[in-house]
Design a protein around this ligand. Sequence first.
Ligand code: IMP
Length: 478
Amino acid sequence: MIEESLSYDDVLLLPGYADFLPGEADVRSRLVGDIYLNIPIVSSAMDTVTEEEMAIAIALEGGVGVIHRNMSPKEQAEQVAAVKRFLNWIIDTPVTVQNDQSLHDVDDLMKRYRVSGLLVLNADGKLCGIITSRDMKFCSDFSRKVEDLMTPDPIVEDGEPEMGKALKKFHEHKVEKLPVVDREGRLKGLITVKDIEKHQHFPSAALDANGRLLVGAAISPGDLETRLPLLQDSKADFIVLDTAHGDSRSVIEAVKLIKKRFPAIPVVGGNVATREGARRLIEAGSDAIKVGVGPGSICTTRIVAGIGVPQFSAVLWCAEEAARKDIPVIADGGIKYSGDIVKAIGAGAEAVMIGNLFAGLKESPGREIIYEGRIFKQYRGMGSIAAIRQGGGERYQMSKDEDPVPEGVEGRVPYKGNLKPFIYQLVTGLRKGMGYCGCHTINELRNYKKFIKITPAGLKESHAHDVAITQEPPNYSR
Ligand code: IMP
């Protein structure tokens, strides 16, 4: 028997009664374990999509990025650490210097940790001053001691830190850094005015329990021993076992091993596209599963290997299976418009993973290309020849030294500017979909399940037709 399978373009959600406005829809969702996002969107672990800059930008908007693994373990861990450092409430291990060290040391530390000020400790390990790059601006002799130039006896927070109280102190004393100390004057942390302002500017940011941005990192079964300890040290919130065939012994064994050796870190296993594949990953211990075999815009797996599942059905089947154990599903690949996000969540996913739509944004790492007077950005599959040659082939069980048999292409996508307005369009599209279905929350949409199958004529009618578009809207182009 041949089972019917459908892709996003084959279906539509039936509209239903709504007692609220789309803007009131709640788009928070559970990503993995007890990690929640304020918007159900994840950026792909691809070397033309997610590095530190993209991961910061998307987490500030409430989603999350997965740093790709096509770089050394050390570099990947440093990128994760940079995302975690970008935003804090209280920095628990601020960079410090001893009062008798030299300004050379201060300069080195500031450069290494990319900070503009250091807290100064005395020989007893107690806070005795602050030194900033401004203090050193007009000093030409860097062999001088820190204590000669530091500001002694800084204003501190010595009670239970609280945001309103801290803000008041910043204003009252016109300082930008507020060390937190215990009764004996020992340093407990640091609050900066910059962090508080960032929290105010980005009220929807996706945060961990310490007020830092969420970030994930991709690993493969072959490099978990080298990458995982470093990623855990740099405080990655979750790990994605990023493989093209998650329903395989190596991935299942890797999930088991991670759960045994690193039980504290949530694991997303993937990719799978069948009920059985989802079940095996869940039984192995995956805290979430990633679904998608062949839907990616740069993917040629279905053509090269003749396998795959149209993405709507894959998500529907896997989400049904995962729901039995209350395991979240991430629908990975094939999102072309905001309406596809509504369909993916309608099929049961908690979140979608996006590559193509983000590759053209300013924050993506891909190279900018000018072609026939227009700006594009490079976008390539992690299974493309160039990515395999650079070391990304493990996702496709290919080593750097083999003659590549690619499962992806290299290309370009139009340059789209900043992430913020773009993600606003995607999320508002999702909210509109929820409004049309009368679903107040992501969970309601996941359980709505009122789909209709459409014909090619229905799809043609759905798109703009019989008109030459003279002004492209920001959320639609063909
Ligand atoms: P897109 O958003 O449709 O472009 O799909 C992005 C997704 O495609 C990624 O998150 C990966 O799961 C997948 N992917 C990335 N590189 C390749 C490749 O070279 N071949 C097949 N799939 C890929």
